[in-house]
Design a protein around this ligand. Structure first.
Ligand code: OAD
Length: 232
């Protein structure tokens, strides 16, 4: 029977062909920094200037990149798939959004969002945060931080994601190394609930052995191929 309920997880590999660097390059650094120096609440407390400058640069860099064939294929699937579909991305870039995916959740937050820790509101954000701009809602300056889920913080939308995984009959993981939980455990949840599980990745991931089907290659080629298979 063809699948009706699909959950798709994407990671940094889906944006690699757009020119967005992945997190775990050969040197183990993310754009020249150790992850613990820029992606933890402790790092932000210790050196807010470094962390704000780092994310300001990542946000500004989005202007120079475009969605690739993988993002576009997933948006096509979203538009044409008659059953249930949820795209869960670990990526903080906006390339799925720009490609047109609508049934989508950012589980690790978004570069183009700022979170006011004074009034707990979130705002669409295009510019920088280093200069401590005031919160558009409460007016207090110096309390906006990147709306990014750092290590040790709870990913967003977990209730909706888990419900979708438990109901899925197809789970597809694309371009993620399987190093970071809870996302790396989604395959176990979906598989246990009876879903067929397919992985598309450039190299074998930490979790490849848990999938029914693991296809190796660039997302820009493998994702359009899978979408064509699904849409018949
Ligand atoms: P990683 O950098 O850990 O892994 C990227 C994966 O994509 C690797 O397995 C690569 O082999 C694969 N890859 C690279 N180029 C590809 C291509 N063209 N096509 C297909 N696959 C390709 O990134 P994530 O697994 O997304 O968290 O990292 C997960 C989380 O760790 C991130 O969301 C971030 C990070 O710390 C937070 O910021 C909270």
């Amino acid at each position: 029977m063809p699948p009706r309920r699909i959950v798709i997880l994407t990671g940094a590999g889906v944006s690699a062909e757009s020119g967005v660097p992945t997190f775990r390059g050969p040197d183990g650094l993310w754009e020249g920094h150790r992850v613990e120096d820029v992606a933890t609440p402790q790092a932000f407390r210790r050196d807010p200037v470094l962390v704000q400058r780092f994310y300001d640069a990542r946000r500004a860099a989005l202007a120079a990149v475009q969605p690739n064939a993988a993002h576009r294929a997933l948006a096509r699937l979203d538009a044409l798939w008659p059953g249930e579909l949820l795209l869960v991305t670990q990526n903080v870039d906006d390339l799925h959004d720009r490609a047109g995916s609508a049934r989508m959740l950012h589980m690790h937050g978004e570069l183009k969002s700022a979170w006011c820790t004074a009034c707990d509101r979130r705002h669409p954000w295009e510019g920088g945060l280093l200069d401590a701009p005031p919160c558009p809602a409460c007016g207090l300056a110096g309390h906006l931080r990147p709306d990014i889920v750092w290590f040790g913080e709870m990913p967003y939308h977990m209730d909706r994601i888990e419900a979708a995984l438990l109901a899925a009959d197809l789970f597809v993981s694309i371009g993620t190394s399987g190093n970071v939980y809870p996302a790396a455990g989604f395959v176990d949840l979906a598989r246990h609930a009876g879903a067929r599980c397919i992985e598309l990745n450039l190299d074998p991931s930490m979790t490849s052995g848990r999938f029914h089907d693991s296809r190796l290659g660039p997302a820009g080629a493998l994702v359009p191929q899978l979408v064509d298979e699904l849409l018949g």
